[in-house]
Design a protein. Structure first.
Length: 138
């Protein structure tokens, strides 16, 4: 992984108003992978006290896009993705880890797992898969 691509990934992440709003952190990047975290707090929870599914979905979508974009070597967008929620998101921090499964010149198919960290444990709460494409220049 070149320093330039890592710096590019962080500059793109820092330019995302919604990521700043959620206080999300891009905690790791690789040539075809990304990790994003969000600390659980009351304003991000649903009525049962679980981290809201929309926040989990944001994490999966953004991690998929970063992993795919890094694998494609630049700016990218999500063309589609699917998410499966496996259990309520209870814990201190949500962490999404995504990687590219396969890459062509124009798209990457990526997978992501989202876990909740808390009490020294990590529990899987969602799994997602998506297609990431090179951002159009027009």
């Amino acid at each position: 992984m070149t320093t330039d691509l890592t710096a590019f990934a962080h500059s793109v992440f820092e330019a995302q108003p919604f990521s700043r709003f959620l206080a999300a952190e891009l905690t790791d990047v690789g040539p075809d992978s990304a990790e994003i975290r969000v600390r659980n707090r009351p304003e991000l929870q649903q009525q049962h006290g679980f981290l809201h599914g929309g926040v989990i979905s944001y994490l999966a979508d953004n991690a998929l896009t970063f992993a795919g974009g890094l694998a494609l070597g630049g700016d990218a967008l999500t063309a589609e993705y699917k998410i499966n929620y496996s259990r309520p998101a209870i814990g201190e921090t949500a962490v999404a880890r995504a990687f590219a499964l396969t890459t062509t010149r124009r798209q990457a198919v990526c997978q992501c797992t989202v876990h909740m960290l808390g009490d020294g444990e990590e529990r899987l709460v969602a799994v997602a898969q998506g297609t990431i494409v090179v951002a159009a220049k027009d």
